[in-house]
Design a protein around this ligand. Structure first.
Ligand code: SF4
Ligand code: MG
Length: 333
C-alpha cells in the first residue's frame, strides 16, 4: 500500500503573551508538538483526544491552511505548504474538509444546490451551468437529500441535513482525502449515527481516505482503520482500533477507554478518573507531559520526553510501558 499522506515531526508553536507579573511574559504555545503519521490510500486514521490537544490544528496543517513551525506534510508525494499558489489549489481539490458546524460552513444566502455546485464553478469554470446543476443533483441524491430540498436555504434544513449538504459539496470534486474535524459533534445523538453511516458508505463507494478527528472514542472506533491518541500536542498511542481500544497501553488511553460507557462492561472494571484538566499548552509539563495526571508517574517521568515506540503495529509513548514494566493501572477488556 502506498501512503497518500505522510506527516513527519509536525510542529506548530505560537508565541503568546502571558499576563503575569508587571509586564507579563512571552511564552511558546505548543499546539502541535512533533506529530508523525501516515494514511494509506482509501484508509481512515482516527485522531482522538480531549479538546485543545491539537487535533484541529493538525487538520489545518495537513491542509496547508496554516504554516507549520517545523516538520513536513506530504500529499501524494508532494510537499504541502501554506503557500496558496496554483499548485496548492490543485492539491486542495484532492483534499477536502468537513467541519463541526455545518451552518458556519454554508452560505445562508444561497440555496443548497448552488452551494453543492460551487466547487464545479470554482474548479471547472468551463462546465455548462446545466451540467453543474445536474451533477449537484446527483450528489444530493448520494447523500440522501430529496430533490425538493434543492432550492432550500441552510436555515430551512435540520442540522443533519445541513451536514449532508457539506458532505455533498466536499465530495463534488472526488477528493482523495477527506479531513473530518468533529463532523458529528454538533448533531443530535440520534442523527450522529445516520451521518456516520453515510460517511462510511460513501467511503466504501468512492474510496477516499480520511483523517477523522473526534473527541468521541466510540465514533473514532467505528470510523477508523488506524487510531492515534493525542495528548497536549503529541501522539501518545497509535495502532489498530481493536488493539488501542481493547488493549490500551498508555495510561492516558486506559483512562479514556475506561470512561466509555458500555453495558457489557458494567461492573467489570473500574473507571480510571484522571485528576484535573489537561495543563495549558503554554506550560507543557517537562518530560512526559502527562506526568501531572498520570496515576503511575514516577519521578523519572519528569525528565525525558517519551518517544513513540512501536511493537507489532501498536506504538506507545510511555517510559514505563516501553521499558516492559507492567503499569499498575488496569487495562480495559
Ligand atoms: Fe505516566 Fe510516566 Fe508513562 Fe508518562 S511516561 S505516561 S508519566 S508512566
Ligand atoms: Mg477541535
Amino acid at each position: 500500500m502506498t501512503d497518500l499522506l505522510r506527516v513527519n515531526d509536525l510542529k506548530r508553536h505560537y508565541e503568546v503573551h502571558v499576563p503575569e507579573g508587571l509586564f507579563g511574559r512571552k511564552a511558546s504555545l505548543k499546539a502541535v508538538d512533533g506529530v508523525s503519521f501516515s494514511i494509506e490510500k482509501g484508509r481512515t486514521l482516527g485522531l482522538v483526544g480531549e479538546s485543545g490537544c491539537g487535533k484541529s490544528t493538525t487538520a489545518k496543517l495537513v491542509l496547508g491552511l496554516i504554516p507549520a513551525t517545523s516538520g513536513t506534510v506530504e500529499f501524494a508525494g508532494t510537499p504541502v505548504t501554506a503557500r496558496h499558489d496554483a499548485q496548492w489549489r490543485a492539491m486542495r481539490r484532492r483534499m477536502q474538509m468537513i467541519y463541526q458546524d455545518p451552518l458556519g460552513a454554508l452560505d445562508r444566502r444561497l440555496p443548497v444546490i448552488t452551494q453543492i455546485a460551487e466547487p464545479f464553478e470554482i474548479h471547472y469554470a468551463q462546465m455548462p451551468a446545466a451540467e453543474r446543476t445536474d451533477r449537484a443533483a446527483v450528489l444530493m441524491d448520494s447523500v440522501g437529500l430529496r430533490p425538493d430540498m434543492a432550492m432550500r436555504y441552510p436555515h430551512e434544513l435540520s442540522g443533519g441535513q445541513r451536514q449532508r449538504v457539506v458532505i455533498a459539496r466536499a465530495l463534488a470534486l472526488e477528493p482523495d482525502l477527506l479531513v473530518c474535524d468533529e463532523p458529528v459533534s454538533a448533531l443530535d445523538v440520534s442523527i450522529q449515527a445516520q451521518v456516520l453511516n453515510l460517511l462510511d458508505d460513501l467511503r466504501e463507494r468512492t474510496g477516499f481516505a480520511a483523517l477523522f478527528i473526534s473527541h468521541d472514542l466510540k465514533v473514532v472506533r467505528q470510523m477508523s482503520d488506524q487510531v492515534a491518541v493525542m495528548y497536549l500536542g503529541r501522539i501518545v498511542e497509535s495502532g489498530l482500533p481493536e488493539e488501542v481500544f481493547r488493549r490500551p497501553q498508555h495510561p492516558y488511553t486506559k483512562a479514556l477507554v475506561s470512561a466509555i460507557p458500555t453495558p457489557a462492561r458494567r461492573g467489570k472494571r473500574e473507571r480510571i478518573v484522571l485528576e484535573g484538566d489537561p495543563p495549558s499548552p503554554v506550560d507543557v509539563p517537562s518530560g512526559c507531559s502527562f506526568h501531572t495526571r498520570c496515576p503511575i508517574a514516577q519521578a523519572s517521568c519528569r525528565n525525558a520526553v517519551p518517544q513513540l515506540v512501536a511493537s507489532g503495529g501498536h506504538a506507545v509513548a510511555c517510559h514505563l510501558v516501553n521499558a516492559g514494566a507492567t503499569p499498575a493501572v488496569q487495562a480495559a477488556e
